[in-house]
Design a binder for this molecule. Sequence first.
Ligand code: 6PG
Length: 509
Amino acid sequence: MATEKLADIGLIGLAVMGENLALNIADHGFRVAVYNRTTQVMKDFIAANPDTPGGLVGCATLPELLAAIKKPRKIIILVKAGPAVDAVTRQLMDDGLEKDDLVIDCGNSLWTDTIRREKDYAGHCRFFGSGVSGGEIGARFGPSLMPGGDAQAWQHLEPIWKAIAAKVDPETGKAIETAKPGQPVVGGIPCTAYIGENGAGHYVKMIHNGIEYIDMQLISEAYFLMRNLLGAAPDQLAQTFARWNEGDLDSYLIEITADILKQRDPQKPDSFLVDHILDTAQQKGTGKWTSVNALDMGIPANAIAEAVFARNLSALKDERVEASKQLVGPEYSYSGNREELIDSVRDALYCSKICAYAQGFQLMRAAESEYKWKFDFASIAAIWRGGCIIRAHFLQKITDAYRREPRLLNLLLDPYFKEQIQKTQSRWRSVVAIAAQAGIAVPAFMSALAYYDGYRSAQLPANLLQAQRDYFGAHTYERTDQPRGRLFHLDWPAPDRPELAIANSGKSD
Ligand code: 6PG
């Protein structure tokens, strides 16, 4: 172990994310002490990177790591989310971690685990949870970072987090793509900001991932519709997505979609790789967490949940293949204008995306009161403009919306987004109608539209539903002509005589 100079920060876990994050930190002039359970991995990593600007210090044991870092120590853990995070933290505590030291969990941990850990380890260390988005490349050259934990502790982390985060141009809000190893971007706005206490950072990262799921599903549905209705080849569609990437849909996910679609299959170069990839989506669970949380809090994030269910349905490959032989759909062939359909699919994607983000932000609003956080929504949107998987020009528009109205009830009510949907909704509707007529499954487009129409409806059929509940279970109902909270019950079916409606101010069971 090199002992000449203490490290600014430590990092445990040298899988690819850990290695890349360590190199990113070292590129910005910070000295990084690194540890990995399998020592050879650490040795190989150190040997492969002898000349970083800040310097890397290899540590074979946790006591060595603790001895190698300046106090209060800052130690990043990048191990598999779950029990390993507790195991490593406890081991550090046994090996001499001090109460002012910061342990920063940068994995995709469940936010409730982070809340619990902050409490469990109080007095032994300051436990911090930081969302890190951007995959391997983001970790290496600039991720979006969503830190949550003790506000006092944040000041120790802030200089490093701001240095290593992705940067956006202050004028355009667009990600600055010029970050190269050893050449930090100068002048951009860092894609990180303190999110809030305890699990807030991991919660916001989870919402990011829920949005990531729906963004990916919407793009996939757009591709699927154009492939099936127009018979467009993948490389033609690549051009369509590349064109879309120059407009309102400008985003990392659209950009990589264009790249993916033009990729030929290295094994069969006369065809496209996408056509040879099995249509079963996998997942690690963060989209499911978002959906479960939406259900727990009673927030209608149906498009996000639909994206998770779409992955689930895709996973039933064998069943679907069998069902496709038995279940009949409509005969349909699209005979309209090709360009018009492509433009309509683009608009459907854009409108659905607005609804999906509205749901994600609505969920964060609900979490604020549930967990006593105080989110700065403009700042959250701003740090998603660069570095992360959902980075997009669109997030500048969301940032602007929350700057205009920090306590905006729903993104759909912002004047800019209102106008966008107003302008494009008829084409969104026509795409959904065509998909239904053609028998092509586009659950996210449809679900987002149902959310939009439901949210803008002063009247929904829940009056009948409440009557049914009261009929079979005496669960009571409120009346339109009485103050809210006043509950009524009828002995159904009853003659139409008002004196038989029993006013009941008690609570329904
Ligand atoms: C990110 C991503 C990342 C996530 C992968 C895979 O922000 O960098 O969200 O954290 O783990 O995208 O997620 P799934 O396996 O669930 O698709």
